[in-house]
Design a protein. Structure first.
Length: 284
């Protein structure tokens, strides 16, 4: 789910995901974040030289902590995941790994909260308006774009997206696996209104929080909001979100249990490549 309140902050939240992408491109992205994150932010707000310099310096400090503290945890979690993948996973195992990897992503968000919170604190009201105007424009464009799609077209987009991701990690798909993916896509389409409700609510929290960015409790509240975004938590629809996740765990277990020995080895090999890349990042 793409939550508007974190769109400009999204590169930092996705650092953990970047580490999952094997290859030199991921290492380059991680090692040069002090260049491309400010470049990305430039689409949302024009920083003064002093603001940009301070943010880049604090971002590098946070990255050093993340490299030393969080990447080893991710490396170890992937190793444990690989060991369990030698045999078909149950729905409960998938649930457990979902929440353990989500916890790592939330902790990554916490590590990068200080530079982001400090940046927001020193932005002027005009700069804050600039960010929100950009976000509102993107939301409007997204809404118009999606309103033009039929339910069938939306379903096809989800199906194509899930197919592409699955093929990247397990290779070719059988008819049985294709059916499971189509069911995942249908459920994703059904849950859309709940996601949109969560996005609106979290965006409202973001806007309210920015108006209080000079208060002492801002950092803690900002970190909590970011962790809620990563953890897919929004109290008014939490029961529906939890039901959605449980259904996905069941379908993902079915997909995992349908893997052939060659598909399972393909996945394990991909994860081995990823661990190697993370190990290189840790040492750099």
């Amino acid at each position: 789910m793409s939550l508007a309140c974190a769109r400009w902050y999204r590169p930092l939240l996705l650092l953990c995901v970047l580490a999952f992408l094997s290859g030199c491109a991921a290492r380059l992205a991680y090692n040069t974040m002090n260049y491309w994150v400010p470049w990305y932010l430039d689409d949302y707000v024009s920083l003064t030289p002093a603001q940009a310099s301070r943010f880049e310096s604090e971002l590098l400090q946070a990255q050093a902590v993340h490299r030393r503290q969080e990447l080893p945890k991710l490396h170890q979690h992937i190793l444990e995941f690989q060991q369990d993948l030698q045999r078909p996973l149950t729905s409960e195992q998938i649930r457990s790994y979902h929440y353990s990897f989500t916890a790592l992503a939330e902790q990554s968000a916490s590590v990068f909260t200080p530079p982001a919170a400090n940046l927001l604190r020193y932005l002027s009201n005009i700069q804050i308006d600039q960010i929100n105007s950009k976000i509102n424009k993107e939301l409007d464009e997204l809404r118009v774009k999606r309103d033009k799609l039929s339910q069938k077209e939306k379903l096809q987009r989800y199906t194509t997206r899930f197919e592409k991701f699955s093929k990247e990690w397990i290779g070719s798909l059988t008819e049985e696996q294709q059916t499971i993916i189509e069911e995942l896509a249908k459920y994703q389409l059904d849950i859309e209104p709940v996601f949109f409700s969560a996005r609106r609510g979290l965006y409202q929290q973001w806007q309210a929080l920015l108006s209080q960015r000079h208060r002492p409790e801002f950092d803690a509240r900002f970190e909590r909001l970011l962790r809620d975004v990563v953890g897919l938590r929004y109290a008014p629809v939490q029961s529906q979100l939890d039901q959605y996740l449980q259904r996905r765990f069941t379908l993902m277990a079915q997909l995992n249990q349908s893997l052939s020995s060659s598909q399972r080895q393909y996945l394990i090999n991909k994860l081995t490549d990823t661990r190697k890349e993370i190990a290189v990042l840790i040492q750099q």
